[in-house]
Design a protein around this ligand. Structure first.
Ligand code: PXL
Length: 279
């Protein structure tokens, strides 16, 4: 039976992130990807100025209610960028409406990077995001998001293992779900993720490429969703996601170093399908 995901993110019309990344990656893996757009922006908010922002908060619950009425069921709900605190509550409500006990909730608490909240987010946003993370089966914060949600200081790489374990224990107080903490770097030249499943902590690493592009967090978590729904373990899925994301960054750096335009994930889709053992 084909798996079905509901992806709840904004549509940034240009800039390769959120739904314009989740839809193609999840679909390429053979998984149906329905979407609830939380907002429509002309571009993402990182590096562009003067972007439009059409808020779709009012549509979230009616879409969920309609899906419920149609008796649509989902193997997973995958949430990403949410444009306001109100949307966090409405997404919790929407998940309760059309989700069942078999629906996995994967929350990427998209709100910050490099020690700073994204533009437009209030200081209180990380604390509010904890409520959605509390309901999740898997969360995928980066180091900045983890630091903000746990009230711990943000530390630049290279990280000590003690710092990563402290962040993970802080996150464990927020959620009983599995935790994939991204952007973990113990020594220069290697970057990856810490995967905490219950008490079991494992790391995955790939060679670090000296470049940063927008939307790579969305590429990573969309890929993780594909791995998990295709029956891979958390660690296997995180390694596939790390390898695919690193491959996209490497190719993009060779081709076109404009960070705000996102990565060339499209031409790497055949590699993704091989990593996922679909082809
Ligand atoms: O990739 C995360 C993301 C998603 N959506 C919007 C964003 C960002 C990051 O800046 O601005 C609108």
């Amino acid at each position: 039976m084909q798996k079905r995901v509901a992806a709840i993110h904004d549509i940034s019309c240009f800039g390769k992130c959120s739904l314009t990344v989740a839809l193609p990656i999840i679909s390429a893996a053979g998984i149906e990807c329905a979407g609830i757009p939380t907002a429509v922006l002309s571009t993402h908010t990182g590096g562009f100025s003067g972007y439009t922002f059409r808020d779709l908060t009012e549509d979230i619950v009616p879409i969920a209610n309609h899906w419920k009425k149609e008796e649509l069921t989902f193997d997973a709900v995958y949430t990403g960028y949410l444009g306001s605190i109100e949307q966090i509550d409405l997404v919790c409500q929407a998940v309760d409406t059309f989700g069942t006990s078999d629906t996995m909730l994967i929350v990427d608490p998209v709100m910050a990077d490099h020690g700073r909240l994204y533009g437009g987010f209030p200081e209180s946003f990380p604390k509010e995001m904890c409520r959605l993370c509390a309901k999740a089966d898997i969360i995928t914060p980066n180091i900045t998001e983890a630091a903000f949600m746990t009230d711990m200081p943000y530390m630049e790489a290279p990280h000590s293992e003690e710092y990563i374990k402290d962040l993970l224990s802080g996150l464990r107080k927020i959620t009983n779900g599995k935790i994939v903490l991204t952007g973990v770097c113990f020594k220069s030249g290697e970057i990856g993720a810490a995967c905490l499943d219950g008490e079991n902590l494992e790391y995955v690493f790939t060679p670090q490429i000296d470049a940063a592009y927008h939307g790579t967090g969305d590429v990573f978590t969309s890929t993780l969703v594909c791995g998990v729904l295709n029956g891979k373990s958390l660690k296997e899925s995180a390694l596939i996601a790390a390898k695919y994301t690193a491959g996209c960054i490497k190719l993009t750096k060779e081709e076109y170093p404009e960070m705000k335009y996102g990565v060339n994930f499209e031409s790497q889709i055949p590699t993704l399908l091989k990593l996922l053992e679909i082809i």
